[in-house]
Every structure is written in structure tokens, then in C-alpha cells.
Design a protein around this ligand. Structure first.
Ligand code: ADP
Ligand code: MG
Length: 255
């Protein structure tokens, strides 16, 4: 049985994709069988894993709309060390087309269920909105990992996400839980950071992950080489931080 974790925050630029790619790579480096699902039309998780999003023959879109088996669309044998169910701009159409289908919320869940024996962890990189793609991710997931930046507006908009999680829980996925709140681009020397920290701890308690991700230029550079940071700059602070995160997640998920 695999654990499915959706990385979600409807705010863009908070480190969802960076975290999805590098957590996937770190979990793989720790010996776990990992699938990364790219559910964002921007296709950055695919590109960052070394896949050219422009030349995909099949993608997660076909899995969502056409009943193509996920196995058929998965890209394997990547240098990154994990498998990818890739996505690209074609996904933009999915938001609308899904609305016309039966079981539109649970199409990804059904597809990933068939892969349950093949992977220890499946990570889903979500688009920066609470649309039907994100609803599919939350319906398929066992847990949600919420990356956020410790800035003044970090908590704003989080309530919409928490409401959505609650709705999905009540309607279609009763066992969905928050697996962790991940602080990205973290600088604890800033007094604002400490303020936001204590707000987060007050609100989320031990869901606030101990691991934090510092701002690190290697993390921003690695995607242009189509590599996760542990392959691009193994000894960088960014690489070490995602390794620590992977270990904490394994402990929390009992994997
Ligand atoms: P999201 O998926 O939430 O939109 P991204 O992961 O794409 O966010 O990150 C947004 C931008 O910030 C990207 O250019 C990425 O390379 C950069 N970035 C993300 N995390 C870090 C970090 N810890 N240090 C430096 N740059 C980062
Ligand atoms: Mg992204």
C-alpha cells in the first residue's frame, strides 16, 4: 500500500513544485519507490525531473479524461531516481472537461489506486488554485503537505484551503489529513519569520514540520538542468534540507 501526499497551496511561488521534486528525489535516495504526479498545467515538476513537457505522447491528462491506464503514461528510468506521471499545458483543458464527466472528483484517485503496489509514496504537485484538478488531488490523497513562506500574508488564503480540505473530508475522502506544514525560503534571523512561526505553531501545533527549507540558489538553478538538487548540487544547503525533510516525512508516515 502506498501513501499519497498532495502538495497544495493555492498561492503561487511558495515552493510547491520545488518541494515536490526534491522531496521525491530525497525519498528515492533513501530507497523508497516514488511516483511524482504533475497536476499543474505549467508542467514544471515534469521539466524539473528531466522530462520535455512539449513532446509528451501521453500525460496525466489522458489518464484523467480518456481512461488511459496511468502505467502507460508514466515516465521511468529518469536520472532523478523516481518515476513521473507528467503533465503540461494540455491540462488547462482538463479543468473544464472534467466538469462534464461522471465521477469527476475521483478520476485521479481511481487511476492511482491501480498503482498502489508499485510505489511506497506518490507525491502530487498541484496547480496554484483550488480548481477541479486540486479537488482530484485531495480526493486521491491520504495527506496534504502545505508549503508556505513565512511572510506577512502567509496565513491569508490558507483558510480557503483548509475549508476545501474540510469539504473534501466531509464529502468524499473522510480519512484525508494534513500531513505537515512546510516552511520554505526560511530565514529565522528575520523577526517577522519568528512572529509567523509562533502563529503557525499556535494554529497547527505539531503539524508544523521541524524541517525547514532555506533560501538556496542551487534549488532555483537545478530545474534548468532537469535535475533535482541532490543530483545537481548534492552538498548544498538546499539538498541537505530536503534530505532532512524526507527523513521527517518517513517517520511521520511510518514508511
Ligand atoms: P510553486 O510551485 O508554489 O509555484 P516553486 O517551487 O515553483 O513554487 O517556486 C517558485 C520560485 O522560487 C521558483 O523559481 C523556484 O526555483 C524558487 N524557489 C523555490 N524554493 C526556493 C528556495 N528554497 N530557495 C531559492 N529559490 C527557491
Ligand atoms: Mg508549482
Amino acid at each position: 500500500m502506498s501513501q499519497i501526499i498532495a502538495l497544495t497551496n493555492q498561492k503561487g511561488g511558495v515552493g510547491k513544485t520545488t518541494s515536490a521534486v526534491n522531496l521525491a528525489a530525497s525519498l528515492a535516495a533513501l530507497g523508497r519507490r516514488v511516483l511524482l504526479v504533475d497536476l499543474d498545467p505549467q508542467g514544471h515538476a515534469s521539466m524539473g525531473s528531466g522530462i520535455d513537457k512539449h513532446t509528451l505522447e501521453t500525460s496525466v491528462l489522458d489518464v484523467l479524461l480518456e481512461d488511459t491506464a496511468a502505467q502507460q503514461a508514466i515516465v521511468r528510468d529518469l536520472p532523478a531516481g523516481y518515476d513521473v506521471l507528467p503533465g503540461n499545458g494540455d491540462l488547462t483543458a482538463a479543468e473544464v472537461e472534467l466538469l462534464q464527466l461522471d465521477e469527476r472528483q475521483s478520476r485521479l484517485a481511481s487511476a492511482l489506486k491501480a498503482l498502489s503496489d508499485d510505489y511506497d509514496v506518490m507525491l502530487i504537485d498541484c496547480p496554484p488554485s483550488l480548481n477541479m484538478l486540486t479537488v482530484n488531488a485531495l480526493t486521491a490523497a491520504d495527506g496534504v503537505l502545505i508549503p508556505l513562506q513565512c511572510e506577512f500574508y502567509a496565513l491569508e488564503g490558507l483558510s480557503a484551503l483548509l475549508d476545501t480540505i474540510e469539504q473534501i473530508k466531509e464529502s468524499i475522502n473522510p480519512t484525508l489529513e494534513i500531513s505537515g506544514i512546510l516552511r520554505t525560503m526560511y530565514d529565522k534571523r528575520m523577526s517577522l519569520t519568528r512572529e509567523v512561526d509562533s502563529q503557525l505553531r499556535g494554529y497547527f501545533g505539531d503539524k508544523l514540520l521541524k524541517a525547514t527549507i532555506p533560501r538556496n540558489v542551487k534549488l532555483a538553478e537545478a530545474p534548468s538542468h532537469g535535475l533535482p538538487v541532490n543530483h545537481y548540487a548534492r552538498f548544498s544547503r538546499g539538498s541537505q534540507a530536503y534530505r532532512v525533510l524526507a527523513k521527517e516525512m518517513l517517520q511521520r508516515l511510518a514508511l
